[in-house]
Design a protein. Structure first.
Length: 87
């Protein structure tokens, strides 16, 4: 694989891991549960199950987001560390 192609693949996977980590860990597991807790509280439909599930999502948000980012960085590192091929 050529040097520019390896660099492009590494950057692509690095960006993809960062974006997916932020979307899943930041938005889906942090922002949305906080939003649902606030709307449930203001509308009076907040239940113990809803609180338990959303608090669990909030606590694991950074772990899941970090894990997704790490997987993307590991894959990008694979492409960064490929040896040069002379053709």
């Amino acid at each position: 694989m050529k040097k520019n192609a390896k660099r492009a693949m590494a950057v692509l996977f690095s960006i993809l891991g960062t974006v997916l980590g932020l979307y899943i860990g930041g938005y889906m597991l942090f922002v949305r549960p906080v939003y649902w807790l606030i709307t449930g509280f203001t509308s009076g439909t907040l239940s113990a199950g809803m609180i338990l599930i959303n608090v669990f999502k909030i606590f694991i948000a950074s772990t899941v987001g970090g894990a997704i980012w790490c997987i993307g960085d590991i894959i990008a590192g694979y492409f960064r560390d490929l040896p040069e091929e002379d053709f």
